[in-house]
Design a protein around this ligand. Structure first.
Ligand code: B3K
Ligand code: ZN
Length: 876
């Protein structure tokens, strides 16, 4: 495959003005007629050919202003169309006919058929699988679409924009026309046709415009769309309140599809969703599922402004829409739910998904400068680190200037295909500052280390803080210069009060935010009123690794009394992570209590403190994942040893906290009425965490099984089942629970995914045998992305003990599946292959086996470009 480079960007030779698509759907094929109005760009050569993108296309005809073009004037290949001898100056119309087979489109890119429903996915480069086009984000034009389809199979016909004419045709067919007045790039095109059920609602915008809302689902599922609709209306209202952004079309449609490569897609006026992020009810969905639906609905809706009204000039700018939109959905969830708990969730995600990426072979900057396959760049770095960069701008500028900057961005760039430079510039302009050293964050890959040293002069009552930043050159080799970063701090007194900050020397500080820009800076604070506890990097104000040699007693004091609740969690979580990494990383017999008594006491005190938010306490009990501990160890990792150390630590907490956990379990009746709100969810999270610990000290499955049977909702049912499967994988009680769960939900694909996923994630080398057997289960298929992810993805991505089996059989089996999957759906195979990304940090035996497996993959001649790109970069 060819490498695409940022600095090779140039405008198209021709300017598209508009397009009219006619899509004729038949059983077994689709005919597309694309009528493009265009002209040669002024200044581009008078004989430059028109070169259009295509992917697996068949041309059926080609006309210039209504007349067939002579064969000699064009070359049509499945992968592109080149047309010569086109008019030099005046505008003209090309009509391009293509034929495709949606039923055979297993890549689920372009136009495909899922469960009888015709639907599309075009981002990033799927439109070229429908028709020849300038399939790039800087070609912005109005689309008119006419869909023709059989009435019985497809009573519902949808596309972008506002609905137009509809009517009947011969032979049981009908048509519908859609008009999208907003200029858009091809990746935002969408079309859906099928026999769908509809849930409707309306939303009146702040300026009084009535918008018709609808969610379309498979037959018999629309009753599960209520929460998604509610989340949509709340998102619309929030974007008006918080960013002054109103919706701009007469209709907003969402369609839930069962075969979908990712979560959802923000097509203008017609969002297409993985049904996992639409369909919910208490009996089948967990609190986490509810939160996921809310986030994804909001995220796609927010794209209407950040992504659609203002799009990206090229795919190197992907974080312009994704990082910003993740930031916006995080803010929405923080306003709708509980800010600290949301922040903890985002930081956990960042550390577990983005940090390993940024510290391994798949490292890339938030704005990459080259790619071989853009689909592989929808990463945690683009999304989550991209969001952190926006958050840092907000923290550096403060709320007023940040909002003013966003207003200016919308005003200045509405209708543009913009760049990161343009985005950063609006904030420079409103705040009158130079953000060039901040902009390095977009270009330098890797996680910086922030080193903290402090000194207190008792005689002068003077506190001195030195902050140093450093960045290692990583796989991407993108530079190591110091970057402007906000470091939010507090100097905390013994009663948990924030002391006033009186900086007398050092660089820039605004309120409680240090604006660190040099490699090292020292700040002096006078009259601090006695030696303070330093609470640093509050709210995780910058995405860095903290290197702070703070005494255990200071840290434990802060864990109790820091007025910044995020830091209370972070300090405990860091301590647990460090202790477990130290114990699991060595080679000597690990200590009986790797956490130490005082830390255990602090955890239990927080978990048992009824004055604190239950969701927060549940987060404190949520010990860092094995993969996070492995990352902290950094080299020669033995995943089995990590698991055993973490289990020992959990047992210690369980034993020391028997009373606390008994009380917490008892306080939450298993059959309580269900409400999906954040406060109720937090109570369930705490009770279920407590149940896990209580079961650990019981040492038998009865209590979890009883809870499983009594559960009134999926959150409690799945939590109890997970305890059984993870702790007692071979116990007869566990089999009984799994069978009962299966019998109850075998016809509900989304719940069955949970059944597969839980079993695949059960720790232990033996899980491989179980997963192998499950892969021959009649309900297992690699063709449905959710199902493939539930078993194979969960095994490779969530089960280090089984995937990284010492004998290498986990790799061997996984790679066989990967190859099968690659022939069906390369985006999914490539995504799953990232499970190997930390292979170099493994102990030598496993490392050698992983390397062999990767090299064997690399040798195969027929890998997709997607998978090859990941394999090659992982090995590089
Ligand atoms: N923009 C889409 C992601 C498309 C992924 C293409 N491989 C969903 C989102 O981020 O909102
Ligand atoms: Zn997005």
């Amino acid at each position: 495959g060819q490498t695409v480079k940022l600095d090779a960007y140039s405008e198209t030779d021709f300017v598209f003005e508009s397009v009219f698509l006619t899509i004729r759907l038949f059983d077994g094929s689709a005919e597309i007629e694309s009528e493009i109005r265009l002209r040669r760009r002024e200044g581009s050569g008078a004989d430059a050919p028109l070169v259009l993108d295509g992917d697996e296309l068949t041309l059926t005809f080609l006309k210039l202003d209504g007349d067939r073009l002579p064969d000699a004037d064009y070359d049509a290949e499945p992968g592109g169309l080149t047309i010569r001898s086109l008019p030099a100056a005046e505008a003209f119309t090309l009509t391009i006919g293509t034929r495709i087979v949606p039923e055979e489109n297993t890549k689920l890119m372009g136009l495909y058929r899922s469960n009888g429903i015709w639907c599309t996915q075009c981002e990033a480069e799927g439109f070229r699988r429908i028709t020849y086009f300038y399939d790039r984000p800087d070609v912005l034009i109005p689309y008119k679409v006419r869909i023709e389809a059989p009435k019985v199979a497809a009573p519902i016909l949808l596309s972008n924009g506002n609905p137009g004419e509809t009517g009947d045709l011969d032979s049981g067919r009908h048509f519908a026309v859609w008009d999208d007045p907003f200029n858009k790039p091809s990746y935002l095109f969408a079309m859906v046709a099928g026999d769908l059920e509809r849930v409707g609602d309306t939303f009146r915008t702040a300026s009084g415009h009535d918008v018709t809302l609808a969610i379309f689902t498979d037959k018999g599922r629309s009753h599960q769309a209520g929460y998604a609709m509610d989340a949509l209306k709340r998102s619309m209202a929030w974007d008006e309140r918080r960013f002054g952004r109103e919706y701009d079309l007469d209709v907003f449609n969402i369609v839930a599809i069962s075969d979908f490569n990712m979560g959802a897609m923000e097509n203008k006026g017609l969002n297409v969703f993985n049904h996992k992020y639409v369909l919910l009810d208490p009996d089948t969905a967990t609190d986490q599922d509810y939160a996921g639906v809310e986030t994804v609905i909001a995220h796609e809706y927010f794209h209407n402004w950040t992504g659609n009204r203002i799009t990206c000039r090229d795919w190197f700018q992907l974080c312009l829409k994704e990082g910003l939109t993740v930031f916006r959905d995080q803010e929405f969830s923080s306003d709708e739910r509980e800010r600290t708990v949301q922040r903890i969730g985002s930081v956990r995600r960042l550390k577990s998904m983005q940090f390993p990426e940024d510290q391994g072979p798949l490292q890339h900057p938030v704005r990459p400068s080259e790619y071989r396959e853009i689909s592989n760049f929808y990463t945690a770095t683009i999304y989550d680190k991209g969001a952190e960069l926006v958050r840092m701008i907000a923290t550096l500028l403060g709320p007023e200037d940040f909002r003013a900057g966003m207003d200016l961005y919308f005003e200045r760039h509405d209708g543009d295909a913009a760049t990161i430079e343009a985005f950063v510039k609006v904030f420079e302009d409103v705040a009158g500052i130079d953000l060039s050293s901040f902009a390095l964050w977009y270009h330098q890959a890797g996680t910086p280390t922030l080193t903290v040293t402090e000194a207190y002069d008792e005689a002068e009552d003077r506190y001195t803080l030195t902050l140093a930043q450093s960045l290692k050159q990583g796989a991407a080799g993108t530079g190591t210069k110091p970057m402007l970063m906000p470091v939010k701090i507090g100097l905390v007194g013994p009663n948990g009060e924030d002391r006033p900050l009186n900086p007398s020397q050092g660089g820039e500080i605004r309120e409680d935010v240090i604006q660190l820009s040099e490699a090292e800076e020292t700040f002096v604070f006078d009259k601090v009123g006695g030696r303070p506890y330093l609470s640093v990097l509050r709210d995780f104000s910058a995405p860095v690794t903290l290197d702070h040699d703070q005494s255990e007693s200071d840290r434990l004091a802060l864990a109790r009394l820091d007025p910044n609740p995020f830091n209370r969690w972070r300090i405990l979580n860091d301590l647990i992570g460090e202790r477990l990494a130290a114990a699991a990383g060595g080679t000597s017999e690990p200590a009986q209590n790797p956490l130490g008594d005082e830390l255990v006491t602090a955890i239990l005190e927080t978990a048992g403190d009824d004055r604190l938010d239950p969701a927060f306490r549940a987060q404190v009990l949520n010990v860092p994942a094995d993969t996070e501990i492995a990352r902290l160890i950094g080299e020669n990792v033995d995943p089995l040893r990590v698991y055993e150390t973490a289990t020992r630590a959990r047992k210690t907490i369980a034993t020391a906290g028997t009373q606390v956990f008994e009380r917490l379990v008892a306080a939450a009746p298993a059959d309580a009425a269900f409400s999906p709100d954040a406060a109720s969810a937090g109570k369930r999270a705490l009770a279920n965490a407590a149940l896990g610990f209580a079961t650990l000290s019981d040492g038998h499955p009865d209590r979890a099984f009883a809870r499983f049977e009594k559960a009134s909702n999926m959150t409690d049912r799945q939590a109890a089942l997970a305890i059984l499967v993870f702790r007692f994988p071979e116990h007869e009680t566990t089999h009984r629970a799994l069978d009962a769960f299966y019998a109850r939900y075998e016809d509900d694909a989304l719940v069955l995914d949970k059944w597969f996923a839980l079993q695949a994630a059960a720790p232990g080398e033996d899980t491989l045998d179980r997963v192998q057997k499950l892969s021959t289960h009649p309900r297992f298929t690699l063709k449905n992305p959710n199902r493939a992810r539930s078993l194979i993805g969960s095994f490779a991505g969530m089960n280090p003990t089984a995937f990284h089996r010492r004998d290498g059989r986990g790799y061997a089996w996984f790679c066989e599946r990967l190859i099968e999957l690659d022939a069906i759906n390369p985006q999914i195979s490539a995504r799953m292959a990232t499970a190997f990304r930390a292979w170099r940090t493994l102990e030598s035996e496993r490392r050698a086996k992983a390397e062999d497996a990767l090299r064997d993959l690399a040798k195969l001649p027929h890998l997709s470009r997607d998978l090859r790109d990941i394999v090659d970069r992982t090995l590089a």
